[in-house]
Write a protein that binds this ligand. Structure first.
Ligand code: GDP
Ligand code: ZN
Length: 369
């Protein structure tokens, strides 16, 4: 095969998974080595499944599993993998620089970041209309979503349980006020309403579904996936030894276009070093703060505080300011713990090898890849 026809077969096979010109450029340095581009659809214990133009390859991740848990290969990564017949096992040789990444804190004792999914374009936050809206919880999910680099979208689910249109539009307004810069959609899986708009949103790029248990995520995923899900979940592929194994994919191509990632870890995410994300969730407060008389105004009782003025005039809800403070405090605690852990690790690494210390610093600054 000529290299241009090889490139076009890669495009036709991988475009449904999100392959584009920019990824092709990132991959170019690996091409002369005979490596294949592919996207990781599942990771487990030192191995991963990679979809390539030659089918699904089960590959070893030993080359790309350094000490730092933020730098391990995860579902959604684009990688350069060894082709079949190269050697056994086949290895993932590198992953391409991530555009976005979802990270969560693991046990609070150890305070380590764990990478959950990479290269996500849309973070869909599902919120049930069956229970009273918890705006603080929505803000928390949005902070995490913004922090990943993905564009958040809020989906208010079970709209059939709010039959009064006036009540429904008030609820939507409340959420819109809570989520500047974020589209707020309503859907009812029961009535089949709003699903076309959701399908259009997720149609381009890669999406994840976030939200509390019971918010309706599985129902939405099934609606988006249609009947194909069972078939895909049971898809057979061949492992390195030539045996047939059944693969559970955590990354699925949607029949209407787009890709959905659903990993067990993503279902219960916590806040992790989401300082930038918190700022984006409360962008109207940060904009007001720029007009405070004092540069370091804490918006407590300072004269000339634009934030407190906005609360007085009713432009800003007291609840929003309190929620902002709470998330900032929570995030600062996590960052402080992380810093202590990273400092200890860097000291250790200096004794061993200088390069690894720099990697930890990169991870701390949120640069992966
Ligand atoms: P998950 O935990 O976020 O995955 O939530 P599920 O998708 O399992 O949904 C939780 C419950 O809400 C289930 O009993 C669903 O049947 C119900 N549910 C989901 N979507 C709708 C909807 O549009 N309308 C109504 N009335 N119930 C829904
Ligand atoms: Zn102020």
């Amino acid at each position: 095969m000529t290299s241009s026809s090889a490139a076009s077969s890669v495009f036709s096979a991988l475009a449904p998974y999100g392959w584009d010109e920019a990824w092709a450029d990132e991959f170019a340095p690996y091409e002369p080595e005979g490596l294949l581009p592919g996207r990781v659809i599942r990771v487990d214990r030192g191995q991963c499944d990679v979809v390539t133009a030659d089918g699904v390859v089960r590959a070893d991740t030993a080359f790309v599993t350094p000490h730092d848990p933020m730098r391990v290969v995860c579902t959604g990564d684009w990688v350069a993998v060894e082709p079949a017949g190269h050697r056994h096992p086949q290895y993932v040789r590198a992953y391409l620089p991530r555009r976005t990444a979802f990270v969560r804190s693991t046990s609070s004792e150890r305070s380590e970041g764990q990478i959950l999914a990479a290269n996500i374009d849309h973070a869909i936050v599902a919120v049930s209309l069956a229970v009273e809206l918890d705006l603080g919880r929505i803000e928390r999910f949005l902070a995490l979503a913004w922090e990943s680099g993905a564009q958040p979208v809020v989906i208010l689910t079970k709209a059939d349980l709010v039959p009064d249109p006036v009540t429904l539009s008030h609820l939507v307004e409340d959420v819109e006020t809570t989520a500047p810069g974020v589209a707020v959609l309503t859907v009812s899986a029961t009535l089949g309403e709003g699903l076309d708009v959701l399908a259009a949103v997720v149609g381009g790029g890669t999406s994840v579904l976030l939200g509390q248990s019971g918010a309706g995520k599985s129902t939405l995923a099934n609606a988006l996936l249609g009947e194909e899900v069972m078939e895909v979940q049971a898809a057979r592929d061949i492992d390195g030894k030539g045996r047939h194994t059944t693969t559970t994919r955590n990354l699925l191509v949607l029949p209407g276009g787009g890709v959905l990632i659903d990993t067990p870890g993503l279902r219960g995410v916590g806040l992790w070093d989401a300082g930038t994300g918190v700022g984006q969730v409360f962008s109207e407060i940060e904009a007001l703060a720029e007009r405070c008389r004092f540069h370091d105004c804490a918006h407590e009782s300072e004269p000339g505080c634009a934030v407190l003025d906005a609360i007085d005039t009713g432009e800003l809800a007291q609840r929003r300011l309190e929620s902002y403070r709470k998330l900032l405090r929570e995030n600062q605690r996590i960052v402080a713990k992380t810093d202590a852990r990273l400092r200890a690790e860097i000291r250790k690494d200096w004794k061993r090898k200088g390069a690894e210390g720099r990697a930890a610093m990169d991870a701390k600054r949120g640069r992966w890849g």
